[in-house]
Design a binder for this molecule. Structure first.
Ligand code: SF4
Ligand code: SF4
Length: 364
């Protein structure tokens, strides 16, 4: 962002004014959930969390791709790693995410599995090109933001005739998860701050149900303190007025409409399917599987991987944290058995995870 603009979005005086207005609008506890891992970190990093009025309760939602990857899906990664002729290509964040028995890709690598950390799906494709005698399987996780890039890479692989590039696809779609969260009365979510980059792909229309069916408000917003405070003010105002609305307050980056090119690529390669989410369970039509045209790229089918639903790790409360029912520091393992150096659950692994943020910024 341009430096002058950036200063404006961090302007302490403006933040102060917005905080005063927010206090005046509050008519009780406002339990807001931000769905995006980057918002989690931004709220802590800017110091905003400690400045918010006590009635504003901040919940961190399932917006970190690593955190929502289900134990059973991690087990499938581990099942694949170490198979003869397979190189697993993955984003680094997934290396330390534990499966159901506490093992992770790092331990698999130490035991001899070929696991390569890549920075993008095209890097995994390059690996396939460089290793024609092996099969490179890219672990596809993430939301509507990453799925189009993975789909684009699948198209590139086909164009280049690289049949040794496969994808183990566990992408997830955000709107169906929001529906589950809103139906959960225990968490008592009043409003959402929606994920910016996901919204840049799908637009704001798919979120309409938040207001129409659940009577709650939500905003799409940026990552600077002024962005977040403006959103909270809007959410408090709408509630006091007894109105529910989904609003894009991030117009400098996100338009109200979807990105048709990204969606077209994604929908050519993938179609919706039921998916398992850590903490949220199986959600209908919240995942993506390969369309018939691309079934040859599907590592699940190629290696006959079965995704068996398994119980969470003993003692780990990530599921409760991701639902907004529990704060990270209320997990009995927080800072004791579970630290960023020795994470028990994914919320402590990922830099965008809420437990890691609580730990780093010493919130208790
Ligand atoms: S909106 Fe962007 S930063 Fe937030 S979770 Fe999605 S990809 Fe990550
Ligand atoms: S502190 Fe560790 S075990 Fe507890 S919820 Fe967070 S990541 Fe899971």
């Amino acid at each position: 962002m341009h430096q002058t603009l950036l200063r404006q979005f961090r302007d302490p005086e403006l933040c102060h004014t917005l905080l005063t207005r927010l206090r005046a609008e509050l008519d009780g506890e406002l339990r807001f959930m931000e769905v995006c891992g980057t918002h989690t970190v931004a709220i802590f990093q800017s110091g905003l969390r400690s400045l918010l009025p006590p009635q504003v309760v901040h919940l961190s939602g399932p917006g970190c791709p690593v955190c929502v990857t289900h134990e059973s899906e991690v087990n499938a990664f581990l099942d694949l790693a170490g198979r003869p002729g397979v190189i697993v290509a993955t984003f680094g964040d997934l290396m330390r995410v534990p499966g159901s028995r506490g093992r992770n890709l790092k331990s698999a690598q130490a035991e001899g599995a070929r696991v390569a950390v890549v920075y993008s799906p095209p890097d995994a494709l390059a690996l396939a090109r460089d290793n024609p005698g092996d099969t490179v399987v890219f672990l596809g996780v993430g939301f509507e933001t990453t799925a189009p890039t993975v789909a684009g890479t699948v198209l590139m692989a086909r164009e280049q005739g690289l049949s040794n590039f496969k994808v183990l696809a566990f992408h997830k779609l955000v709107p169906p998860a929001l529906e589950v969260l809103l139906s959960d009365t225990e968490a008592g979510i009043d409003a959402f701050i929606l994920p910016g980059h996901v919204s840049a792909v799908i637009g704001t229309e798919p979120y309409g149900f938040i207001a129409s069916r659940f009577g709650k408000s939500a905003t799409v917003t940026g990552f600077e303190p002024v962005d977040i405070l403006e959103s909270l003010l809007f959410l408090a105002q709408r509630r006091r007025q007894g109105r529910a609305e989904v609003k894009n307050l991030y117009r400098r980056v996100v338009s109200d409409t979807s990105n048709p090119r990204a969606l077209e690529v994604m929908n050519r390669v993938f179609r919706p399917c039921d998916a398992l989410w850590r903490g949220l369970g199986r959600i209908p039509d919240s995942g993506l599987e390969f369309t018939d045209e691309f079934e040859d790229v599907d590592a699940k089918r190629r290696y006959g991987l079965s995704i068996e639903e398994c119980p969470p790790l003993p003692g780990c409360k990530c599921g409760e944290v991701l639902r907004g029912r529990l704060r990270p520091d209320q997990c009995p393992l927080f800072k004791k058995a579970c630290t960023p150096a020795k994470p028990v659950g994914p919320c402590m692994v990922s830099t965008e995870g809420s437990c890691a943020a609580y730990y780093k910024y010493q919130v208790e």
